[in-house]
Ligand binder design. Sequence first.
Ligand code: PGA
Length: 276
Amino acid sequence: MSIQPVGNASGRVIMGQKNIWIGTNWKMNRGPAEAISAARALSSFRPPKGIRTFVAPPCTSLRDVSSVLQDSPMIVGAQNMFWEDSGAWTGEISASMITECGASMVVLGHSERRQHFGETDWTVNLKLRAALRHSLTPLLCIGDTLNEYEFGVSQETLARQMKIALHGVSQEELARVLIAYEPVWAIGSAGRPAETAFVSKIHTQLRDVVEDIAGRNSAVRIPLLYGGSVSKANICEYVALPDVDGVLIGRAGWDPADFMSLVDSVSALVSSEVHA
Ligand code: PGA
């Protein structure tokens, strides 16, 4: 990409000189037939320079979606994986199965997995390290629950989730990791989008945590995405925040036309910032 992250004097990323990541997680929607048709609709889309797009279909559609999008800049990712390479793990899929399907990314630690399927910081760490071993790009999701938010311990919760998930990851490996801050209380139809001032504060703190564990260069470089009720109405406000490097979208990005239009709305912002 020609637009690279650049740190300013305080080590922050300067808006307009960073990659913006925009992706959508289809969650448990779209079997192969529907997924192929949605992927076809996305296949000719060319995001402008500086914007990287990705989609995470369900695992049964991963191979088809990867094959439809193989000549497209759209990155394809799985929504989950297990940390062992193979064996007696009924119902699980491994990193090598994901790469064999043609996908190159994997979403890890999504709050729906933590809430409903017993994922812990420790298992997320095992998965993240396995993904890196297999050259997958991990998109690590972290998030505070409503209780944690109301008790005022969001920062502590997120620092813990991040430190444990990234434990044992080298600086070189960290350069391949993306992080999405997704407040649990902001996700889904019952969620409410987080205030931009709050997201801004949290993202600055997240970058400081990365700086603590891996140094300033890693902190400046790491893409920090926001997710949770992102929509046409608020996407530009989030992306314009200095420490927000993109968004992870659920519902508002499921329709391919809507997804492309969300990317386009941000592209206008990116080019106006670049030329400012
Ligand atoms: P939402 O989902 O945009 O539908 O709130 C976001 C997510 O779960 O990543």
